[in-house]
Write a protein that binds this ligand. Structure first.
Ligand SMILES: [Zn+2]
Ligand SMILES: [Zn+2]
Length: 333
């Protein structure tokens, strides 16, 4: 469990510069647990921060906000966590008092701080965190899969915002990890068919292997969709989403771009389209995602595993060049 390098953390020092620092485990505070991190995902948010394009990022911050591990010690006031439990961590540190927090919509708390960007994140072997910010992944899940809970929760929430349910035809623009998380949950909810629109052939193949339909952008789907989830969120993708939408469809935008994008008002009005946004997730979405990961483990999402947290600098560089594999990049200790 411990050994040379086992307490190392991956720390951001400036644009495209990471260092390894020793952060030895400390006993947890009264309401905290000590987590031994087993799995850390990297996404676009991390990449933006790593490259120096996120003003919130300060030198000396441990990177990573998608992670999970095993509880190795519990604080004296903690009654609902035990040693040995597998958990994912909600990386959103919030006020716990406002209306948003009270209803479980922690992602929209005005005082939200994101681990790995605003405060130290999860790319370190041991980490103390408030017990209430851990989500138990039931059973004895594959520890490598624990970081998948957070990105899948984004998809669970988007499906909920979009009104995905049994029998509906779903289109998903973008076959990256968020799109595949949406697709996974749409299948679980009993969608009639789920089509992923994705330019990368390998990602389309991964989608088909999972029982999804997959088409390249610009291709016409076999049927128009009752629900379209856009995980890209640009002018072009929202226009494509609206073009393939059934009359009366809901378009849910979960991808964040800075395009001034909207379907033409004429389209919205005459076809009675609804547009909703989906940001982050609620507590219940994390819990649903934890159950999905408990059942499916590493098969929950297409993943590219990289062994050794010390591989983080090369993993970030490869992600920026776009030459990693077809799935979610997951770093293992
Ligand atoms: Zn992320
Ligand atoms: Zn709050």
């Amino acid at each position: 469990m411990t050994g040379p390098g086992s307490a190392h953390a991956v720390v951001w020092q400036g644009p495209r510069t990471l260092s390894m620092e020793c952060r030895p485990p400390a006993s947890p505070g009264r309401g905290d647990v000590l987590v031994r991190v087993e799995s850390v995902g990297i996404c676009g948010t991390d990449l933006t921060a790593w490259s120096g394009r996120d003003a919130r990022m300060a030198a000396g911050t441990v990177v990573g906000h998608e992670f999970g591990g095993v509880v190795v010690e519990v604080g004296q006031d903690v009654t609902d966590r035990v040693e040995g439990q597998s958990v994912a961590v909600d990386p959103n540190e919030v006020c716990e008092r406002c209306d948003a927090c009270a209803t479980g919509s922690r992602g929209v708390c005005g005082r939200r701080r994101l681990m790995g960007v605003d405060i130290d994140g999860g790319l370190q072997r041991y980490l103390q965190v408030a017990a209430l910010r851990t989500v138990v992944v039931p059973g004895t899940p594959d520890p490598r899969s624990l970081s998948l809970v957070e990105p899948i929760a984004v998809g669970v929430h988007a499906c909920d915002r979009a009104g995905v349910g049994g029998g509906v035809s779903v289109g998903i623009v973008g076959g990256g990890p968020i799109g595949m998380g949406c697709a996974l949950h749409a299948q679980v909810l009993g969608a009639r068919d789920v089509t992923v629109v994705e330019p990368d052939l390998r990602r389309r193949e991964a989608a088909v292997e999972r029982g999804l339909l997959a088409i390249a952008p610009g291709s016409t789907p076999d049927r128009s969709w009752d629900v379209v989830i856009d995980t890209v969120g640009t002018q072009a993708t929202i226009a494509a989403a609206s073009a393939s939408a059934e009359r009366g469809a809901t378009i849910c935008v979960v991808g964040l771009s800075h395009d001034a994008a909207m379907p033409a008002p004429d389209d919205l009005v005459r076809r009675e389209l609804s547009i909703v946004g989906s940001f982050c997730y609620r507590r219940v979405d994390l819990e649903m995602a934890a159950r999905l990961v408990a059942e499916r483990g590493l098969a929950s999402l297409p993943v590219d595993l990289i062994e050794g947290f010390e591989q983080a600098p090369s993993a970030f560089a490869a992600l920026e060049r776009g030459d990693l594999g077809r799935g979610k990049t997951v770093l293992l200790p």
